[in-house]
Design a binder for this molecule. Structure first.
Ligand SMILES: [Zn+2]
Length: 478
């Protein structure tokens, strides 16, 4: 009996010792690195991280910690974060979400409605189709566009369209980040913006605002002066189409005696934060002038320009003048796709080499893959004035991050990550997407919309296209 008690005591002591050792190991493991352990919402592990920071630092086998919508930690090797969710990213590249610097998301409704006209006829056809659609239909079109953007790696888009409340509601559904234009009207030359629209949407963390006078030729000097006042009072971005049409200067001079750029200068609008979409027909002198205004960003839309006008922006020249360049998809009515990688590929193939002038081949500012990827991320964010918040993977920035699956066939092998991204990545290689610290796509499955909702959106958009087909037939006989 005594023997049994002694053995029992030894067993108890042994158990206690084991518990102390386990506790100590656990305690020290949790308290590595200055003895602290931190909570995180998400950790991305084992990724190749393209930070796109100032030095374009690449971290192999890296991790990213995310909390409350922001990037709170970044590195490789061990970390001391306890996450609620882990994303294992072996074989994947983590990079900032793409920034679509100019879009009309709801124009998915008119994808392929006119694939053969030149720019002037195309604009007039689109104006006719746009008269046919309701606010609800714009909502369905915008949702389809945003699904397409998320599935191809875009996390932020800079939109310009009508029925803006429908666009804002679609953003609240998909969780994308966006700059949207504020509705406005002129009462006896005095401009009123829709304050209620701003109030309804300003507290949504991923929405910010622009003013988009379109088409610019409809706005007189008095109108533009009013716009300047509204921009100053409401801290708005100015989002315009400019120098897209070959005949644009002539039309402006005929109407106002000034070029579009001179009109903007006359109303002091170049001092504002401006996004100029297209900008393909500026002269050298105009580019030089624009380069003096650091707030101006240009949104390149190469597929639209090539399709509707037969040429693209002089990107090498723009770079020579050190202009801030981002990349846009424009609407699917002109570029047919909202996959920003389509535009990136187009620039890499069509404009990235020695296509226009031999001098550019040797120019240090040549359009190389890393630069094109910067245009689609951090430079695009700069174009929108959002580069302090998004566009790169850095501690303190908002967590807008995508994972590209480099195990995919078209990405195998990869000799250089930037070159693979610029030349042979397409939207379907994007596996996961995080916007504002929330997972919006995981293994290509959307989180905020289920299969039934997506099927409904496709059905609604197809119904609109049936209506537009009838408009087309009618106009043929007018
Ligand atoms: Zn556009």
């Amino acid at each position: 009996m005594k023997n049994f008690l002694r053995k029992k005591n030894i067993a108890v002591i042994f158990c206690l010792l084991a518990a102390v050792i386990i506790f100590a190991v656990f305690f020290f493991a949790r308290n590595l690195d200055n003895g602290k352990n931190y909570n995180a919402d998400i950790i991305i592990k084992n990724a190749v991280i393209l930070t796109l920071n100032e030095n374009s630092k690449i971290i192999d086998n890296g991790w990213i910690a995310i909390k409350d919508g922001k990037i709170i930690g970044l590195g490789n090797g061990g970390h001391n974060y306890t996450p609620r969710e882990v994303i294992y990213a072996e074989g994947k590249v983590a990079m900032p979400g793409l920034v679509n610097a100019h879009s009309h998301a709801a124009m998915t409704l008119f994808r392929g409605a006119d694939d053969s006209s030149g720019l002037a006829d195309w604009i007039s056809n689109m104006n006719n189709y746009e008269k046919e659609v309701s606010k609800d239909e714009i909502y369905w079109g915008a949702l389809l566009g945003e699904i397409e953007m998320i599935k191809s790696g875009t996390t932020t888009f800079n939109d310009m369209y009508f029925f803006e409340e429908a666009i804002a509601n679609s953003i609240k559904k998909t969780g994308m980040r966006a700059v949207i234009d504020v509705p406005f009207n002129f009462e006896k030359n005095k401009l009123e913006i829709d304050k209620e629209f701003m109030n309804n949407n300003k507290n949504f963390s991923t929405i910010s605002f622009s003013i988009a006078p379109n088409p610019l030729i409809n706005f007189s000097k008095t109108n533009l002066d009013e716009i300047k006042k509204i921009i100053l009072n409401n801290n708005l971005l100015l989002h315009i189409h400019i120098e897209e049409r070959k005949d644009e200067k002539g039309r402006f001079i005929e109407k106002y005696g000034l070029t579009p750029l001179q009109m903007l200068i006359n109303s002091n609008l170049l001092d504002s934060k401006v996004v100029m979409a297209h900008a393909v027909n500026f002269t050298d002198d105009e580019f030089k002038l624009i380069s003096k205004y650091p707030n101006i960003g240009i949104a390149l839309n190469p597929k639209t320009n090539f399709k509707l006008s037969g040429f693209t922006a002089p990107i090498a020249k723009m770079m020579e003048y050190n202009l801030t360049l981002g990349i846009g998809t424009d609407g699917a009515g002109s570029s047919n796709s909202l996959d920003l990688f389509d535009q990136i590929n187009f620039i890499a193939f069509a404009a990235g080499k020695c296509s226009s002038d031999k001098d550019y081949c040797e120019n240090k500012n040549n359009i190389y893959p890393e630069k094109i990827i910067r245009m689609a991320t951090i430079d695009g964010a700069k174009v929108l004035g959002l580069d302090k918040e998004i566009g790169s993977i850095e501690i303190g920035k908002k967590a807008d991050i995508i994972l590209i699956d480099f195990n995919e066939i078209e990405l195998t092998p990869s000799y250089d990550i930037y070159s693979s991204l610029a030349h042979n990545t397409d939207g379907s290689d994007v596996a996961d997407s995080i916007i504002d610290g929330k997972i919006v796509m995981k293994n290509r499955k959307l989180i905020n919309l289920d299969e039934r909702e997506i099927a409904e959106i496709i059905k609604k958009v197809n119904e609109v296209s049936e209506k537009i087909k009838k408009t087309k037939t009618k106009s043929l006989f007018d």
